[in-house]
Design a protein around this ligand. Structure first.
Ligand code: ARG
Length: 605
């Protein structure tokens, strides 16, 4: 109901201005036009919206807030557009104005969404009048030659869903995979491989990725306690970053191999990403140093060039630095991120011209991002209205509340995790089919098991408030009851079943008269369906996909209550089209909403 809310807000503001012209003029002069403080009603018995704007006016006007509300309502009642939209406003408590939309307007609003592929959700530009500008979503971002782990899976799933919501709202989204393809790890790995498996450095796929990961671990262990190895590794990084052809070739091979492994996961999860790894920013690192120097932000400390942060100090009370260039001349993770920010906000062609840049990583990197964001701001790299946002998430834990591990105590490989989800969903499905005495062909079973298994993994992750740690449980995510993917998918299947049983879901759309609703369960569903646009706008703003999950779950519940309590297929002929229209719009909303979470739906399961 975003559009209605906008209309109401304008009507309320102008009623306030008419009731209190002097206060309005003063507010206008102060650059703060009167705010009706319109919000969705906190309880259904209060109607659809409440406006609390009378309260803050009490002091400047020297009047009781209730009297102010009465005056505003009087003006509203004189506005024909308003009275055509709302029933008579009610004043409650100290001076809240409760607003209830006319039932015929609600029904018309609902009817307008039938057959609309956007289901009434405006683009951000339509809503705000501001022209779209690129939004960067930096997500997934695993590290080459290391295994992609469950943290990267979370980033991948959350980032993809945020990108989908932003795209749906009409923003040009750059989905960037900031893969770790440049740092010290290559120095270690190449140095070690030269000694133990030189063939891996000049022949594609000479060792497999699992071995590569093992080699990386060995290299890391050597690096940590062998000083000579450390020195050689560092020299190797300098060679690579300086463009040495042998190092470059080896690096290229290692990257290609990891990339293919990552791609398998992305394909399976239907994730689109453009790789733009750390190495991409190599040519821009010097410019970062130059800019910071020109802005007089650089300080040489112990041979390293740093920027000291404002308002962030260590245990000793001294300001903490962001190290931009190490004493040996090397650059690091933070330098690369600074170069990336500079490039992303920079104007084309040497930049992305973004207005909003979003990073999806584990909460452990919060300090890193707070630091580089501050440096970027102080360097003046952000355009007017530019937004830098870290979207942190908690750890993935096993059911024991500890870090997720295999039974043997190893880190869980993503491929295995997805395989297991699909296997378990297949076993559940076969059991259910047997219980129901249904027989289905193998293709159906495979398709349903895969869709449900992967949906369960994605949904379980997205439906949590991402900030908290999250306990990974196959049993819970695959359950048919509760806030789970199978529950939502089943609601869609149920509606598809109505059509199979002869219900014409388009009955409400096809040119008939206005839809008429009578039952409270119908009205509850109408109101729930009309909330969809506001939920999408909220996810776009707050970057919390769990809000969308909660909404879809509640919608399914409201629908199930309606469908269990109100006849649809057996409804009186006069009531049938409106009820079928509700079914249709519920299915469309669930499909669109799940689609924005990266979850495809099924017609049967
Ligand atoms: N590669 C990093 C990791 O695995 C994540 C990178 C996130 N993006 C960024 N621009 N720093 O932890």
């Amino acid at each position: 109901m975003l559009r209605i809310a906008q209309t109401l807000e304008a009507q309320l503001r102008s009623a306030m201005e008419r009731a209190f012209p002097q206060a309005a003029a003063a507010a206008q002069a102060a650059g703060q036009p009167l705010d009706p403080q319109l919000a969705p009603a906190s309880k259904p018995e209060f109607g659809d919206f409440q406006a609390n704007g009378a309260l803050p006016l009490a002091k400047p006007l020297g009047q009781a807030p209730r009297a102010i509300a009465v005056a505003v309502v009087e003006q509203l009642q004189g506005d024909a557009a308003f009275t055509a939209l709302c029933l008579e406003p009610q004043i409650a408590g100290p001076g809240f104005i409760n607003l209830t939309l006319r039932p015929e307007r609600l029904a018309a609003e609902l009817q307008r969404r039938l057959g609309d592929p956007r289901l009434g959700v405006p683009t951000a530009a339509e809503q705000s009048g501001v022209a779209p500008a690129p939004v960067v979503v930096d997500f997934s971002s695993p590290n080459i030659a290391k295994e992609m782990h469950v943290g990267h899976l979370r980033s991948t799933i959350i980032g993809d869903s945020l990108a989908r919501v932003l795209e749906f709202r009409g923003h040009p989204v750059l989905r960037l995979n900031h893969v770790g393809d440049w740092g010290t790890q290559f120095g270690m790995l190449i140095t070690h491989l030269k000694q133990v498996a030189p063939q891996a450095l000049d022949t594609a796929d000479a060792v497999d990725l699992g071995d590569l990961v093992a080699f990386y671990r060995q290299a890391k262990a050597r690096f940590d306690d062998d000083e000579a190895f450390q020195t050689t590794s560092r020299e190797e990084v300098v060679k690579l970053q300086g463009g040495d052809p042998v190092s470059r070739k080896a690096w290229q091979l290692l990257c290609d191999q990891s990339r293919r492994e990552f791609q398998k996961i992305y394909d399976r999860l239907d994730i689109r990403l453009s790789e733009r790894g750390e190495s991409f920013y190599n040519p821009y690192l010097e410019a970062v140093v130059a800019d910071l120097d020109a802005a007089a932000l650089l300080v040489v400390d112990d041979g390293a060039r740093c920027v000291f942060l404002e308002g962030v100090s260590g245990k000793d009370g001294k300001a903490l630095p962001v190290i931009v260039q190490k004493s040996d001349g090397g650059f690091n993770y933070a330098t690369t991120d600074l170069a990336a920010i500079r490039y992303r906000f920079g104007a084309a062609p040497e930049g992305d011209g973004a207005r909003r840049v979003i990073y999806v990583t584990d909460a452990g990197q919060a300090n890193h991002f707070a630091g580089v964001f501050q440096v970027a701001r102080r360097a003046g790299w952000l355009p007017e209205g530019g937004r830098l946002e870290h979207v942190p998430f908690g750890l993935v834990q096993g059911e024991d509340g500890k870090k997720l591990k295999t039974r043997a105590g190893d880190t869980v490989r993503l491929r295995d995790l997805l395989d297991e989800a699909v296997e378990r969903s297949e076993a559940d499905l076969r059991r259910r089919l047997a219980e129901e005495g249904r027989s289905e062909d193998e293709a159906f079973i495979q398709q349903v098991a895969t869709t449900v298994g992967l949906a369960a993994v994605k949904y379980a992750d997205l439906s949590q408030n991402r900030i908290t740690n999250y306990q990974f449980s196959f049993d819970r995510m695959l359950a048919l009851q509760g806030n789970t993917a199978p529950y939502l998918l089943y609601a869609v299947v149920r509606i598809a079943g109505i059509a199979r049983k002869g219900g014409d879901l388009d009955a409400g759309e096809a040119g008939g008269g206005p839809l008429a609703f009578t039952e409270p369960q119908e009205w509850a569903l109408v109101r729930e369906l009309l909330r969809f646009d506001a939920v999408i706008a909220e996810v776009e703003e707050e970057l919390l996909p769990n809000r969308l999950c909660t909404y879809l779950f509640e919608l399914s519940q409201v629908f199930n209550r309606f469908y269990d309590q109100v006849p649809v297929l057996k409804a009186e002929p006069a009531a049938r089209p409106a009820r079928l229209a509700l079914c249709r719009l519920t299915a469309d909303t669930l499909k669109l909403g799940l689609g924005l979470l990266g979850i495809p739906t099924l017609e049967r399961m």
